[in-house]
Design a protein around this ligand. Structure first.
Ligand code: FES
Ligand SMILES: [Fe+2]
Length: 415
């Protein structure tokens, strides 16, 4: 990404924003309020989604959802039926993507051709405490449709998942989105972090700064470069968030790694020529080299992404007088310490109880220990979090006469 200025800005009239494409491709993140209203696309996509839910879940349940709001979906639809309901919405949104985008894109970028990913992303992200009861089912869904739809996705650049590196994400709220169940964008890491895992998420040893998070109302959307480091918050609220997002490129999609996501050219995507619409993106060398590499790897039984281990290197001694307020520091391979604003030092296990992120790479915010991967805050005294199932193990620590901070043993389990 050519860097212009990595910042977040708000727009109440996105159609009037100058140089929108250049700003987004340069790293600006734009929160566009009520962006789709004028094109009528929002209403149509919402109606189509509701019709798909009705067809799948029946009129009575759909009426209850509409009365209560999408935020209450997890209280109305049994958690084990959310994947099938999401699939039903996927089918209609995918079929009509060219029609939606043919109106949405001119409203954003003016009258020009573009490319879009054939499969948009439909995201019903229910509270973690409800979703975890069906973790197996949700991870099966994630294998087919990718992380970040029903499950939280760790920090990543889309090109780590073999998407183009010249794209724009259009992330549209169809229900309310709250800080605590939304998107994270790591503005400060813009262009720097490049180590990632086989799953296409940031590597275990990468320290991250506090990401930007957003409150959105239905009809608001976030526009950002596909290679901006971003991810999802683990849903720690008591609301379901319903979002649909598109990935588009304004020029031919450029695949820096593998090329197997299907992109359609807008000039062919409407009408009877749609079956040919993927050809312009396919006709480039990356498609052939990628197909060849994949075939070789399949024969050799290898995956294409780098595999990073969880090996932790030597940990420097922590001295109490060097531990700044609000700073987390690893103290050994298994534990961290942090200084709180009252001057006390707390110790806790390094691995996050959710998916094992190294909390030494996290940060303190509002007096809480925050996990770098899915932004869950943990209380530095009890270890508890807003998710009932997630609690960090707190330890006892002491400062020796020479100023070294050491672990003194397991703390009593907090009540
Ligand atoms: S919240 Fe997901 S790994 Fe910590
Ligand atoms: Fe992404």
């Amino acid at each position: 990404m050519t860097q212009i200025e990595a910042k977040v800005s708000e727009s109440r009239n996105i159609a009037a924003e100058p140089d929108l494409a250049a700003r987004l491709l340069g790293g600006e993140v734009i929160v566009a309020r009520q962006a789709l209203e004028s094109s009528g696309v929002f209403r149509e996509m919402l109606d189509d989604s509701i019709a798909a839910v009705r067809e799948h879940m029946g009129s009575e349940m759909t009426a209850t959802i509409l009365e209560a709001g999408f935020e209450r979906v997890h209280e109305i639809v049994p958690a084990d039926q959310i994947p099938a309901m999401t699939e039903a919405v996927y089918r209609v949104i995918e079929a009509k993507a060219p029609a939606y985008l043919s109106r949405l894109m001119p409203a954003l970028f003016g009258d020009r051709s573009f490319y879009f990913e054939t499969a948009p992303n439909v995201r019903f992200h229910i509270p973690y405490d409800s979703a975890r009861q069906h973790a197996g089912l949700y991870s099966t869904f994630a294998k087919k449709r990718g992380e970040g739809k029903l499950t939280a996705h760790g920090p990543h650049r889309d090109s780590w998942l073999d998407c183009p590196d010249n794209g724009v994400n259009i992330w549209i709220a169809f229900g309310r989105v709250r800080k605590g169940n939304g998107l994270t964008i790591f503005i400060k890491e813009n262009g720097q972090t490049q180590n990632y895992t086989e799953k296409g998420s940031v590597a275990d040893d990468v320290a991250l700064s506090q990401p930007e998070t957003f409150d959105l109302e239905p009809g608001d959307c976030i526009l950002f470069h596909t290679d901006q480091l971003h991810g999802s918050e683990l849903n720690r609220t008591n609301e379901t968030r319903f979002v649909i997002s598109f990935r588009v490129t304004l020029d031919k999609p450029h695949f820096p790694r593998e090329h197997h996501h299907s992109y359609e050219y807008s000039g062919l995507a409407k009408g009877p020529f749609r079956p040919l619409a993927t050809l312009p993106a396919i006709l480039q060398p990356s498609f052939a080299t990628s197909a060849f590499r994949r075939a070789v790897r399949r024969l050799a039984g290898r995956s294409g992404r780098p595999v990073t281990s969880k090996t932790i290197g030597p940990v420097p001694t922590v001295f109490a007088d060097q531990l700044a307020d609000g700073k987390i520091q690893p103290i050994d391979a298994n534990n961290c310490v942090a200084r709180l604003s009252d001057g006390s030092i707390v110790a806790f296990a390094r691995r996050c109880p959710h998916e094992g992120a190294d909390l030494a790479n996290g940060f303190m915010s509002d007096g809480q220990i925050v996990c770098p991967w899915h932004n869950v805050p943990f209380d530095p005294v009890s270890g508890g979090s807003p998710c009932a199932a997630l609690k960090v193990r707190m330890k006892s620590c002491k400062t020796l006469e020479d100023g070294r901070v050491v672990i003194a043993g397991e703390a009593k389990a907090a009540a």
